[in-house]
Design a protein around this ligand. Structure first.
Ligand SMILES: *Cc1c(COP(=O)(O)O)cnc(C)c1O
Length: 397
């Protein structure tokens, strides 16, 4: 009898007790809106921003309603407007081109490499066509950030980082989100901290920070922020910046503050699971693991491998065999978007130029979530199942 896995790929851990207590305290006093404070009370949202700024070593931080909102706000705050082109990864998820579309701008997609990072050669060729790069560290894979920043700096291209999958990660010791002008994070259930929904934006630029705070809907209460620029930064722009409400509330901020303190431990736990998966499937015939760069400190909250050159029928066969044994894999080569997975050619509101290199990679790219509710042993079991099924399908001819 072959082994079967019984866990759920969508079940995250419960909210920690201290976070539940903090959230209940907010509900008991009822002041959920971030600017609803009494006396010298400091709002949970303002404290969250201060603590996240300290965690990633940034001057300014703003908490908002979602990761996608953080990205759209960053784009607006650096001056992206209607009809502007914004460079971004072809290999990312729908909220990334969606945030570009939200500001009326036009995504210009860049190829992905077999390491699942942005292709720096293709980027270099396209840098002349845009003023901004929205760099998505998709599935936690971080490109050579030194090389990328050198290219973008030389071309005068502003970099915004989408760190939805890299909260807690770093490149050569610098936290992800701290290389570009702005870093954006998601606090949604499937990411690294869980408030249901939520986002964070960080920057060292006082003007970008002031614009982002005003954009998020500060009702001119910006003096109640802690991780914010001096008042003078607001004076210059406060009549010119629209209020596009998307604030975080104190309830979510209360849920997040204790989770941020626990993040380094969680990263360690994710990586134990990631390494068990990687170790278990490495050297399977027909399968390539994604080799990680030693400068990358990543968060193994998801796991990918490549079945390069496989037919769609064979990849589908692997997926359904694994599914029968309880292992839910996603495939980036599918013709139709499904679940959270979508390929760039399904974003049909964009004028898409085919990306042959990305097509080849995505056709073989298999993806899996790694919730912390899985034990390390369960990850080894999942790897055994993948290895057996990939091997059997690979051997068929
Ligand atoms: C989840 C996600 C986002 C946006 O986050 P939301 O909080 O869901 O808006 C952005 N980029 C990537 C790659 C994501 O996976």
């Amino acid at each position: 009898m072959s082994e079967v896995f019984k866990g759920s790929f969508t079940q995250q851990e419960p909210i920690p007790e201290d976070a539940i207590e903090a959230a209940v305290a907010v509900m008991r006093h009822g002041r959920l809106h971030r600017y609803n404070t009494t006396g010298d009370e400091v709002a949970e949202a303002a404290l969250l921003e201060q603590e996240f700024a300290a965690l990633v070593g940034t001057k300014y931080c703003l908490s908002v309603a979602s990761g996608g909102y953080a990205i759209a706000t960053a784009l607006r705050a650096v001056g992206v407007g209607h009809g502007d082109r914004v460079l971004s990864n072809a290999f990312t998820l729908a909220p990334v081109p969606g945030a570009i579309a939200a500001v009326g701008a036009v995504p210009l997609l860049v190829e992905v490499t077999e390491k699942l990072v942005i292709d720096l050669d293709d980027l270099a060729n396209k840098l002349g066509q845009a003023k901004v790069l929205l760099l998505s560290h998709m599935r936690g894979h971080i490109c050579d950030m030194d090389a990328l920043m050198a290219l973008c700096d030389a071309a005068g291209v502003t970099v915004i980082e989408d760190c939805a999958h890299t909260m807690g990660a770093a490149w050569r010791g610098t936290p992800s989100g701290r290389h570009g002008a702005v870093g954006c994070y998601s606090c949604q259930t499937y990411k690294h901290v869980n408030a249901g929904e939520g986002g964070l934006l960080v920057t060292d630029d006082p003007e970008i920070a002031a614009r982002a705070i005003l954009l998020s809907g500060s009702y001119m209460m910006y003096e109640r922020h802690l991780a914010s620029p001096p008042q003078a930064a607001f004076e210059k722009i406060k009549y010119q910046t629209p209020n596009i409400s998307g604030r975080m509330d104190n309830l979510r901020a209360a849920l997040l503050r204790p989770q941020l303190r626990g993040l380094p431990d969680q990263v360690g736990r994710w990586n134990e699971r990631y390494h068990a998966l990687e170790f278990g499937v490495r050297n399977t015939p027909g399968l390539s693991v994604i080799e990680r760069n030693q400068n990358e400190r990543f968060v193994g909250s998801s796991f990918q491998f490549l079945l390069r050159g496989w037919t769609a029928a064979k990849v589908n066969d692997v997926l359904s065999r694994c599914k029968r044994r309880g292992v839910e894999l996603k495939w980036f080569g599918a013709a139709e978007p499904s679940g959270f997975t979508s390929k760039y050619d399904s974003w049909r509101y964009i004028d898409i130029t085919p990306l042959p290199k990305s097509d080849e990679i995505l056709a073989g790219l298999v993806d899996m979530r790694v919730p912390l509710t899985f034990s390390v042993d369960e990850c080894s079991l999942i790897a055994r199942i993948i290895r057996e099924e990939v091997s059997s399908v690979f051997q068929q001819n």
